[in-house]
Ligand binder design. Sequence first.
Ligand SMILES: *Cc1c(COP(=O)(O)O)cnc(C)c1O
Length: 475
Amino acid sequence: MGDGHRVREDAGSDGLRRMQEEDTDGARAARRDEAVRAAVDQGLLGPDSPLVGLLDVTGIRESAARLKAAFTEVTPPGTPVLHAFAVKATPLVPVLRLLAEEGIGAEVASPGELALARAAGVPAACTVLDSPAKTTAELREALALGIAVNADSPQELARIDSLVGSSVPRSPLGIRVNPQVGGGSIGATSTATATSKFGVALRDEGARAWVVQAYLDRPWLTRLHAHTGSQGIPLDLLARGVAETYALAEEINERAGRRQIDTLDIGGGLPVNFAGEETTPTYGQYARLLAEAVPGLFDGRYGLVTEFGRSLMAKQGTLLTRVEYTKSAGGRPVAVTHAGVQVATRTVYAPQAWPLRLAAYDAKGRPKTGPEVVQDIAGPACFAGDLLAEARALAPLEPGDVVAALDTGAYYFAHHYAYNSLPRPAVYGYTPDGRGGVAFATVREPQTVAEIVAEAGGAHAAALTALHAPERPGA
Ligand SMILES: *Cc1c(COP(=O)(O)O)cnc(C)c1O
């Protein structure tokens, strides 16, 4: 059956696909504008709640559907494919539940993330545990639940050995390798460099032979995992990482004389276009590139696991903030807002690597037009670098206006950083209500000041003053 689906393709279907994708992007932008207006109208954003996160429920469903369709298109019918959403990208239980309803599982990397996936009802069979620092207790829990585990290192595999003992584990188990194919444009998200902390570094002396032997010694190791990196990794480098991993699986299976490795976990890492509305690259483009670069992986002999995070969710999220004040400094207009380092941590600390698109709306939530002015959009935190954008051309902002930070559905407002004890904002999901309006649902309540005090040791206020050193005789 192998190649039939690719032969059917022609230039015309590519053009059609592109047009459909542009329609989807345009519709998403229109829904977002409606949601901003409705969030102001309905009082979700206002003087007493000057910062909220919004999630496009329709967009999330579409994104999941596109991911599934892309891999269905390049695999023979019946190929087991699990798309496990990287929970760290958007660690919100209702999001995980929505994705689960769309047939997407969960990739977790801590006890907290596993608990979120379980709270969302993600089945154990659709959950994968990765992480370079799993404790014995975590491993034991995962094995008891039958959750897939990828061992990150020889030491971790030895721990798994002792937990498995002489039994046959219920969990699908594998080893994470680092194909060391190199890094992308952002060092911090490049996981396949020569010295990356993740996986078994395949090109190091003796490492490949060790991995092969580890499989031959353990008939229950049936998966092989690699995740070449996140944002900033070019597609051809991602594909090379997958190709290297596939070659290793083939070598191991040949040595074993059987199809011991039955599933490849190819990680996530599809980059997101933060520069414009267009979804590019698409899951379809990536899946077709992989099928071309590594055809043997798509001929039905292997099951697949993917672990996409950012590409599923980034474009489905919008951070909305009110302009509290405006001022001018050194001739530069500055709009002081409530969205800064606490919700856009990477952008504030590494603005060159993580620029965000911003959109301006008036106090009623209507898109603000008019000649643009170069201005700084500042956050509320008490350090000079707390800027959402520096010297950005936007319609002139006034107090009460609304600024939207776009494409923030992954690794932004869901990743609170508690600088200045700023509260975690509320998160709402939205969808057209079918009567020309917008319906919202609470995904996460805003953090209260009382909760901030409690989390800051409020119950232990006298803990340190009451802690006296024993008195020394004669002192
Ligand atoms: C972060 C991570 C992912 C997801 O990466 P994205 O760039 O968000 O797609 C997948 N797998 C592993 C092991 C990760 O650490």
